[in-house]
Write a protein that binds this ligand. Structure first.
Ligand code: NZQ
Ligand code: ZN
Length: 382
């Protein structure tokens, strides 16, 4: 184990916390509030934000779409540059927060913001930003990552820099009351896979990282089993906090990480618009079967400690089946059939995308080359 770890995002958690932004953002700063398609206008979050910013000078940018695009976000970049914005407040789910991170970094750069995504520009500064989370899933509210799409070319790429880590995040579980069931399920699944990407690798004996990862997985399993209680304060608060902890850097510190499911899943979203979480449930079981030999010990550990399975020769495979059953219990597909034309063409399309994006050595051992990805896709695509 060897790592440097800090998570500098201050968390304001609990009901009524949106008003904390009044003092968390210095009043002399000119604020740009960025949000999505308008859910915050319908559920009272926008009103709470306006109320809290009474003593600030602020303006707004709306219309950030799910799987946020560079094309839309560049309009916000122009506003930040033209109006001398000092602080960005993202109000939404992962898409709005990720999009705001792109805006924050691109606004400090004279060239095309997409250069950040392709590694042509190295981010050295960003406009300070914070988040009011409305959809627990991605962990974006307190991490340094973002995933942005270029609609023109169907590219969906991640970038990471400490400069876009939110200064603070407001997490009021009450905002979840208006979430469609589908988005609650996406949140459970995305957070689940985030833990798996940092846990289902090799046996490394890091007791804190493994033990906490197992706790988070058990929480998500329990919340899925208790899905009929989703209208309770306790259920909402537990999902919100669990999803945050799943990707705030802690359980991944100093241990191997995978992320191949995410990188392959992103291509399903870029090509066919599959919801992020659902792309992961499509890829992961097949990927685990493909990487069975190297992941066997950890799958067995997960079977025992998360699912409470009995030791047996088939334990690792039983664990993969239990993961599939977890997704299916939520009505989430574990294979993809939403393509047009024949299966071979669908597989080839994903492979082409992976190749173009340099995703040719994925996973904790960089062992998933295009040949392995092809085998995974043959299983994952129906
Ligand atoms: O746009 P609005 O009107 O706000 O509607 C949104 C959107 O349609 C709606 N919604 C959000 N909060 C709501 C609400 N509707 C009613 N009530 C509320 N309280 O939900 C829809 C989906 O929102 P979105 O932000 O797209 O979902 P999510 O949070 O799942 O974010 C997905 C994006 O995050 C990226 C994904 O790739 C995807 O682009 N990820 C970011 C990560 C990170 N930064 O660390 C890691 C993840 O692995 C992921 O890749
Ligand atoms: Zn994810």
């Amino acid at each position: 184990m060897q790592f440097s770890y800090v998570n500098p995002t201050q968390i304001h958690f609990g009901q009524g916390q949106i008003k904390a932004i009044a003092s968390a953002i210095p009043t002399e700063q000119k604020v740009l509030v960025i949000y999505g398609g308008g859910s915050i206008k319908r559920n009272g979050v926008y009103d709470q934000v306006s109320q809290a910013l009474t003593n600030h000078q602020w303006t707004e940018f709306s219309g950030v779409e799910p799987n946020p695009t560079k094309e839309t976000l560049d309009k916000a970049v122009a506003i930040v540059k033209e109006q001398g914005i000092d602080f960005i407040l993202a109000v939404g789910g992962g898409s709005v927060i990720d999009g705001s991170k792109y805006v924050a970094a691109a606004a400090k750069y004279q060239g095309d913001g997409w250069d950040i995504m392709v590694g042509k520009h190295h981010v050295t500064s960003a406009v300070p930003l914070a988040a009011i989370l409305t959809l627990p899933a991605t962990g974006s509210e307190s991490n340094m990552g973002a995933v942005i799409t270029k609609a023109e070319t169907h590219d969906k790429l991640p970038f990471m820099t400490p400069h876009v880590q939110p200064k603070f995040a407001v997490m009021d579980p009450d905002v979840m009351k208006t979430l469609p069931e589908k988005q609650l399920i996406n949140g459970l699944v995305d957070a689940w896979v985030h833990v798996c990407e940092q846990y289902l690798t090799v046996q490394h004996g890091a007791m804190v990282q493994d033990g906490y990862a197992e706790t988070l997985l058990k929480n998500l399993k329990t919340l899925a089993d208790q899905f009929e209680q989703r209208d309770s304060d306790q259920w909402r608060a537990n999902l919100m906090w669990t999803a945050n902890q799943a990707l705030n850097g802690l359980i991944g510190a100093g241990v191997a990480q995978d992320w191949a499911t995410h990188m392959i899943g992103h291509e399903f979203t870029a090509l066919w618009g599959v919801d992020h979480a659902r792309s992961l449930a499509i890829v992961q079981p097949s990927l685990l079967r493909n990487q069975f030999a190297v992941k066997k010990a950890k799958l067995e550990q997960m079977g025992l400690n998360v699912f409470g399975l009995e030791p047996s020769d088939n334990l690792a495979e039983e664990t993969i089946k239990a993961i599939e059953a977890f997704y299916q219990s939520l009505g989430v597909d574990v294979q993809f059939s939403g393509y047009e034309g024949d299966k071979q063409h669908a597989v080839d399309s994903v492979i082409n995308q992976l190749e173009q994006h340099g995703m040719v050595a994925l996973g904790e051992n960089q062992a998933i080359d295009l040949n392995q990805s092809r085998k995974i896709l043959e299983l994952a695509i129906a």
